[in-house]
Design a protein around this ligand. Sequence first.
Ligand code: PLP
Length: 385
Amino acid sequence: MKLREFDAYKRLPLPVVSADGCELVLEDGRRVLDLYGGHCVNTLGAGDAKLGRILSEQWRTLSFTTNLLDHAPRREFLAAFERNLPAYREHGDDGWQVFCSNSGAEANENALKLALASTKRRKVVCFKGAFHGRTAAAAAVSDTKLPAFPASPFEVVRIPWCDVAAAERAIDATVGAVILEPYQSLAGVTEPTKEFLDRLRSACDRTGAFLIYDEVQTGNGRLGAAWAVQHFGVVPDVFTTAKGAASGLPIGLTVARSHFAASVPGNMFGSTFGGGPLVLAAATEVSRRIASPGFLQNVRDTSNALRVAALRGPIEKVRGAGLLLGLVVKSDVRAASVRDALLEQGVLVGTSDDPQVLRLSPALVLTPRDAQRLADALETLEVKA
Ligand code: PLP
């Protein structure tokens, strides 16, 4: 009998045997600086000792139990997660409600389900270049090359990113939700203008559509603020996250303003694994660490150091915020060739859907000192065309 995986991923030639903080250790003992951080997952770096102790203790105490039972890790998670949440003024701040699932796609499915059920509408506005996941609803609002399913579960209007006029035309009283990544990461870390977000917020207020931020990548301290919500100062009705929220364990979170959450029956959501004690113990530690003194300042300082380090050799421009950075390569080189050359110099970075843009999304415990390794590698780079 033979078993092979689907060829979903083009694997890199990197024989990794272990990881330590922000470094990958290869079979031959070489250490590679990981500036990709497992696609924004490794918030605390690989093998964080305290998180390891917490997980092993939680496994011994209560490894898993049904969602029909309450447990201390859930209560602790709610308290720790609440501390980093944004406040809002409109409609009166009656707090947030969260549903725990297992992935970014699931978190987005639940956000869309909530918005369409609450508004009793069937249309969603989304953006060119967006990526929200691979399940039916998440794929319907993603701008992928291959069609995911034969039909969309709802009507979709896809408009150009940051096109204020098109957005205002599209968002009317038939639209149930507007979903966006505060930074479009896979598209090449493309930034919205504050005016664009403000105008989306006003259009949603005017028409009753839900404004949904997909913070699967931008959340959990990634931009140097707990959430993109605080980074931009424009508050959505619902936001979602996943990836870095439990620093390596699968998690999806759908977070809605309480008065919207109350507009649908809670039992329209459900998950076997979501909200289990082990994953919530990890998510609690991530939330506490994000709130701890100096954590977000380190993200901002390291971001500044990486920006300076990156501007040399084949790199023409740096965009993004915090530790979600897009490095725009000069027009005569391709980002993938720079990625390959950097790998030979012992630095792992990501590519994006834009052939001219590399992505950095390292662990948030990377320090400004580590940026020098990127600068040294870029100085000595020989990029093959
Ligand atoms: N949303 C964004 C912005 C993402 O980058 C991703 C994954 O890359 C997803 C949603 C889907 O997350 P998952 O792969 O956990 O389903």
